[in-house]
Design a protein around this ligand. Structure first.
Ligand SMILES: [Zn+2]
Length: 404
């Protein structure tokens, strides 16, 4: 049954700032207890920061692609050349600026300004179609972009195949200004789900995945690798800590979100663009209407109530709950402005039912036992509203979870 829950409407000083907090909180419980096996870290040689006035209200959207192909056969990881080019055009038509990763990182450090609505284009794994198909299109638009490659997959590596990019191709792209960043050695779940994070050699293995891949790219290509794309977006606090020790300045997940200046560098969400999810691109490049998001009026709710499921604070045993809110009390909701975010999932594809005024989403896969926060944003009566609530999934239904 639905239960009334207190919802907050907070002053939203840049949506991404608000969202980042919920990502930061995720996976706290999953921190591995094993510590200390990490070899010493090579000190990064950072240039002395040069503070400049930067636009802290700028927003950044990070797009992630895999293969760009003539005919899509695997819509979960491919996009057609035609659609890819259309998207690149749309970025231009929307008046968005594509910036390189290094500008983004400099902006986060407070050293360089970026346009108010910026986009970063990234491509994962090291597919040769990124060289053969995507690059020519990106050149046409003069867009900078980033490759996240895992070293085992590069031609000649133990996991490479007919679709692998070569070191020569990567070097040619590097020479043209393409940014090369890390995606581990073997592309395994870094939380050690398969091998077991309790295994005695887990930390040594994790360190290799993070540090050896970085070192290999840096040594073979003469680049500085500062960013890490997490395989499958999986991480926990221990993975973040080890990545930081290995020298990564920014860590990217696959939970699409608008990035603000205050967003957590250790869980930066990317919108993964796939042929079978055109809406992801549409929502990614929608920066919230005309003006800057920050200047939109926020509804003056000091408190209110929405009926939600699960209820605020509820502990549930169903790992695939229907997550919904009745928005009837918000007044005239503009359904096209609605967005739902769930911690650890990011923006989800929730549906609005005008008849019942409910906005709902059911996770496609089981949620892990954890605490979840839900944030619904949108416009009602011409004002920006934001509602949030939380619940806990505890499939064992008993004691507080304390799993590793
Ligand atoms: Zn990947």
């Amino acid at each position: 049954m639905q239960k009334s829950a207190v919802l907050l409407v907070v002053c939203c000083l840049g949506g991404a700032l608000t969202f980042s907090g919920c990502h930061r909180a995720k996976d706290q419980a999953a921190k591995s207890k094993s510590e200390g096996a990490a070899p010493p870290v090579a000190e990064q040689v950072e240039p002395a920061p040069t503070p400049v006035p930067v636009n802290r209200n700028a927003q950044v959207v990070i797009l992630g692609y895999h293969r760009v192909v003539d005919n899509v056969r695997h819509p979960d990881t491919e996009i057609s050349k035609v659609d890819f080019e259309k998207q690149m055009q749309e970025i231009k038509d929307e008046g968005l600026t594509v910036i390189p990763m290094r500008d983004f990182l400099a902006w986060k450090r407070g050293e360089k300004d970026i346009p108010a609505k910026s986009v970063i284009i990234t491509m994962d794994d090291g597919w040769k179609s990124q060289y053969e198909a995507a690059w020519p299109i990106l050149k046409k638009f003069d867009y900078p972009f980033t490759l996240f490659v895992y070293t085992d997959y590069i031609k000649g590596g133990p996991k490479s195949g007919g679709e692998s990019i070569t070191w020569e191709q990567i070097a040619e792209m590097r020479d043209a200004g393409v940014d090369i960043e890390g995606h581990t050695v073997s592309h395994k779940d870094l939380r050690g789900a398969k091998r077991g994070s309790q295994a005695p050699d887990y930390d040594a293995w994790l360190w290799k995945e993070l540090a050896d891949s970085k070192q290999m790219l840096e040594q073979r290509l003469g680049v500085k690798v500062e960013a890490l794309a997490l395989p499958y977006g999986f991480y926990n606090a221990h993975v973040q800590e080890m990545a930081r020790k290995a020298g990564y300045e920014a860590i990217f997940t696959v939970y699409g979100q608008k990035i603000g200046h205050g967003s957590n560098n250790e869980a930066l969400g990317r919108y993964m663009i796939e042929a079978n999810k055109p809406k992801v691109f549409a929502s990614a490049v929608r920066f919230g209407g005309g003006g800057a998001m920050d200047t939109e009026p926020v509804a003056e709710f000091t408190g209110g109530s929405l009926s939600t499921e699960p209820a605020d604070g509820a502990k549930i045993t169903d790992p695939r709950p229907v997550i919904k809110a009745n928005l009837g009390s918000l007044g005239a909701v503009d359904p096209t402005t609605l967005a739902m975010r769930v911690s650890s999932l990011g923006a989800v594809n929730a549906k609005y039912d005008a008849a019942t005024k409910t906005y709902s989403y059911q996770p496609a896969t089981k949620l892990k036992d954890n605490r979840y926060s839900v944030i619904v944003t949108g416009k009602a009566g011409g004002k920006k509203v934001e509602a949030r609530w939380g619940f806990t999934v505890d499939t064992k239904g008993a004691q507080e979870e304390e799993k590793k």
